[in-house]
Design a protein around this ligand. Structure first.
Ligand SMILES: Cc1ncc(C[n+]2csc(CCOP(=O)(O)OP(=O)(O)O)c2C)c(N)n1
Length: 374
């Protein structure tokens, strides 16, 4: 279905959510239509935040908001759903548009398989009726489902449209961009050279794929890397957990700006713990590049300042390969907790592959590398 027809049927004037590649036509359309006009569209830090912003919209307008998300974000949504929106609490209507990654029978990456299997059951458990949007769903069918949903909204309940792969289309492409010259992959290569034999924990999305392919290209083993293929926003906490137990090893976290913002509280805890063996790098392209390039708030905020305020003793930044090399040396020499913001260009190689090892193989190799035998 063309996104214009879909949006027309929704008849909503406020949208908030976290971008998803499967919902790219919707995200692109919203960006094209509203730009950064936050009265109508807010790209939230995480899906729970989106539900809360939507609740505020309802409280102040009486109208039903739309929250969009990848099904990976359902976990972030559960608490505000069960303890804020649900009719046994405040009874706040909301329409969710959920991208269905890992749908049973459709090939997808390991991190999506279980989430894909449980998506409809999770919505059901949360008391949210779901309508599945497919490639050949007609406008009339969608209209009928929305009419039924309207009577639920009137009772302060929620409903969902679960979007199958390829069900939505959009013919335009917004021009996402930033002025930075260094690609994320180039930055990762520089960091890996500096990291030598150190442990590297990388974030969800293309950064981990680029890390994996760089090791392949250099004919290096993957055993010192932990690819956080799912659980977006948690790579820095995983790195913290390792760093605290293994003070004799240096640990690098390769974070994304969207991921860092998704669970920004992690930085407060890292700053509080101050592990001297952790270098927290945020590859800041000011965008959710891995799912299409929609902007994050990282273009508007001072991540270095946040790190300093959270108690990181060192907070550095780099924008060019030369600067990056200098900052990496500095970060290694300090031997104290260090934050490094690396501003990166948008985009990735079109032939970028995916990890060919499984997450469990990744886990076992890393634990062996750390000398742990469970
Ligand atoms: C909880 C959750 N919400 C949404 C997603 C979908 N998703 C995967 S990667 C990504 C963007 C990550 O952006 P950023 O951390 O800035 O890294 P970049 O892709 O720009 O390198 C998103 C939104 C997800 N995997 N998990």
């Amino acid at each position: 279905m063309q996104i214009e027809s879909f949006i027309q049927r929704l008849n909503a004037d406020f949208f908030t959510g976290v971008p998803d590649s499967q919902l790219k036509p919707l995200c692109d359309f919203l960006y094209h239509t509203y730009g950064m006009d936050s009265k109508h569209h807010v790209i939230a830090a995480n899906e729970g935040n989106a539900a809360a912003i939507a609740a505020g919209y309802y409280l102040s307008t009486g109208k039903t908001p739309v929250v969009y998300l990848q099904n990976s974000g359902l976990g972030n949504l559960v608490n505000p759903l069960a303890s804020l929106l649900n009719e046994k609490v405040y009874g706040i209507p909301c329409l969710f548009v959920v991208g269905w990654r890992g749908e049973p029978g459709v090939h997808d990456e390991p991190q999506h398989i279980f989430q894909g299997e449980i998506t409809l059951g999770q919505l059901d458990l949360l008391g949210i009726p779901a309508f599945i949007l497919e490639k050949d769903t007609s406008e009339n069918q969608l209209h009928g489902a929305l009419r039924d949903f309207c009577s639920l909204f009137a009772q302060g309940r929620q409903a969902a449209i679960v979007v199958r792969k390829g069900a939505l289309t959009y013919d335009c492409k917004p021009a996402y961009g930033n002025p930075f010259p260094m690609t994320r992959e180039m930055a990762i290569r520089h960091i890996l050279q500096a990291a030598e034999e150190d442990v590297v924990v990388s974030t969800t999305g293309k950064a981990s794929r680029e890390l994996f392919e760089t090791r392949e290209g250099w004919k290096q083993r993957h055993s010192r890397d932990f690819l956080t293929v799912g659980s977006m926003g948690h790579s820095s906490s995983i790195a913290l957990g390792i760093a605290l137990q293994r003070p004799e090893r240096r640990i690098w976290c390769l974070d994304g700006d969207g991921a860092a913002l998704m669970h920004l509280g992690a930085m407060a805890i890292i700053g509080e713990c101050k592990p001297a063996n952790l270098i927290h790098v945020v590859l800041n392209n000011q965008a959710h590049e891995s799912v299409g390039g929609m902007p994050t708030a990282a273009g508007q905020i001072d991540l270095r300042g946040i790190a300093q305020a959270c108690g990181y003793p060192f907070a550095l930044s780099a924008a060019s390969p030369e600067e990056l090399t200098a900052r990496l040396n500095q970060a290694k020499i300090t031997r104290q907790l260090c934050f490094l913001e690396v501003t990166c260009a948008l985009g990735a190689r079109s032939d970028l592959g995916r990890p060919t090892t499984t997450p469990q193989e990744n886990k076992r190799a890393l634990m062996k590398y750390l000398g742990v035998h469970p």
